[in-house]
Design a protein around this ligand. Structure first.
Ligand code: ZN
Length: 201
């Protein structure tokens, strides 16, 4: 479990970046919510954002799969996060993989100006490739937590979000009807079954 190095900043001018990544159903949002709640208990000014594209459950709330809900602001561009964010002590960003490529720069600026930035996002897309701005965010972060799901096929540790349909859009919102967590072996096997000629690489 992630233990905050400190909750109250010793130096108000310096913040930091935390990234929580993993596949679908790995508990990323639950972990983000846990950290946000702890910051609120410490009476910190907290602001939570999510991309406007993600309206699976609710337009105002970040809701995790276990229905632990918390209010959030839907935003279209990562730059919209900056102005509200810089007034806060803690900024949480959910589903970061859906944001534009300016997000790493925005997070860096916020952290440089004293904000604790906590990012949750899918590190890989349905093909097992790095997703959107996540690789840059992982490089910039002081603290990285990779959470794992359980493979639906064999019960091993899962890091891939296997898409059960044959649709090839990178962004296809869905839940257990569309995706399942899989380990590397079962993921490769599924990809092979879907397109036997191509392989994944
Ligand atoms: Zn497996």
């Amino acid at each position: 479990m992630f233990i905050e190095p400190h909750i109250r900043k010793s130096n108000a001018k310096t913040g930091w970046i935390e990234v929580i990544c993993g596949s679908m159903f790995s508990g990323k949002t639950e972990e983000l919510i846990r950290r946000i709640k702890r910051a609120r208990i410490a009476n910190q000014k907290v602001e939570l954002f999510k991309p406007a594209v993600d309206i699976r459950y609710d337009t105002e709330k970040i809701v995790s799969h276990d229905e632990n809900a918390i209010l959030s602001k839907p935003v279209v561009n990562s730059r919209d996060i900056y102005e509200t964010g810089v007034e806060s002590e803690v900024v949480g960003i959910d589903e970061a993989q859906f944001f534009d490529m300016d997000l790493p720069l925005i997070c860096e600026r916020l952290a440089n100006e004293g904000v604790r930035v906590i990012i949750a996002g899918l590190d890989m897309d349905y093909l097992g490739k790095p997703f959107g701005p996540m690789p840059q965010l992982l490089s910039l972060a002081e603290y990285v937590t990779k959470v794992h799901a359980i493979c639906q096929c064999c019960g091993n540790i899962a890091v891939f979000s296997y898409r059960k349909s044959t649709m090839t859009k990178q962004v296809l919102l869905g839940e257990k009807d569309v995706y399942e967590p899989r380990c590397r072996t079962c993921f490769l096997q599924g990809m092979e079954e879907k397109s036997p000629d191509k392989g994944i690489l």
